[in-house]
Design a protein around this ligand. Structure first.
Ligand code: PAF
Length: 282
């Protein structure tokens, strides 16, 4: 396994692989890798000849009062995990390499970034689409894999790839959960023991909404209300629900009344100081 930190070396290496006729799969990450990331890498390994994992904590997708400074990092551990699943190249650029002086170009998906996470994190998705475009240009992938936990991010990236004609197949990979149901996330490391013990209540409430839906409760507002009630009744720690909404799975339009198309329930919760997101296809 090779570790590359320079843009030019990364692009040369990708070009060389393409010249040799090898297909390339990219798994973009911000590091502090967990089983969810490793699952993306395993799927990438099945798809392509060359698997590239990028590890880059992208400063421009964090808001001014967010956790950029304390975002967990463990490069040595991450490299060992990448090696264990057969990654070929780990791309670890520095912020100066990605955003050199004079940088002033961004990529914006205008509409589906305005609600859900975009409502409270105004420049977040612009930061994501900008860095992902750069990573695409630097690693020249045929495939790029993203987790479905960040459901809106996946939809935004699919929109960008379609709108800008990137010749890349985007592959969404189902959420990997801890045994108690909590969706895996690098940010779970922030949770103190009591909050960690309570966090699975979020998924339990979503699952319950799924059960109620299958039993015939098909009013979106009513389903969201039951999730909210269940979470507020089961979590004692400081817990603030940022949103619980149901959206069309394919075009991300919000559904407020009767659910009659494939739909996904999405949630963001602040548990203590930690912001957690999760979702479930109904
Ligand atoms: O999902 C993430 O970890 C990040 O948003 C991504 C896609 C690596 C871009 O920085």
């Amino acid at each position: 396994m090779q570790q590359i930190s320079s843009n030019l070396k990364m692009q040369d290496s990708a070009r060389e692989s393409r010249r040799r006729g090898q297909s390339i799969a990219l798994v973009p990450t911000m590091g502090f890798l967990h089983e969810g990331h490793l699952e993306l890498m395993r799927k990438a390994r099945e798809k392509a000849d060359l698997v590239v994992v990028s590890i880059f904590v992208n400063p421009i997708q964090f808001g001014p009062n967010e956790d950029l400074d304390r975002y967990p990092r463990d490069l040595e551990g991450d490299l060992a995990k990448c090696r264990s699943v057969g990654v070929d190249i780990v791309f670890t650029p520095t912020p100066e390499e990605v955003y050199p002086e004079g940088f002033q170009t961004v990529v914006t998906v205008t509409e589906i970034t305005k609600f859900l996470c975009g409502a409270s994190r105004p420049n977040h998705f612009q930061g994501v689409t900008t860095v992902v475009s750069k990573l695409f240009n630097l690693t020249l992938p045929d495939y790029a894999l993203f987790g479905e936990k960040d459901f809106q991010q996946l939809a935004v990236i699919r929109r960008m790839v379609a709108d800008l004609h990137f010749p890349i197949e985007i592959i969404g990979v189902p959420i990997v959960r801890e045994t108690d149901g909590l969706a895996m996330s690098s940010r779970n490391a922030y949770l103190p023991p009591k909050e960690r013990a309570e966090a699975p209540e979020i998924y339990k409430a979503l699952k319950n909404a799924g059960t109620l839906f299958r039993k015939g409760l098909d009013d979106a507002t009513e389903l969201c209300r039951t999730v909210s009630e269940q979470i507020n009744n089961s979590i004692e720690s400081d817990c603030e629900i940022e949103y619980i909404e149901i959206h069309d799975t394919n075009n991300l339009t919000q559904i407020k009344n009767k659910i009659s198309t494939p739909a996904t329930i999405l949630i963001a919760v602040h548990l203590g100081k930690t912001r957690l997101i999760d979702n479930l296809q109904l």
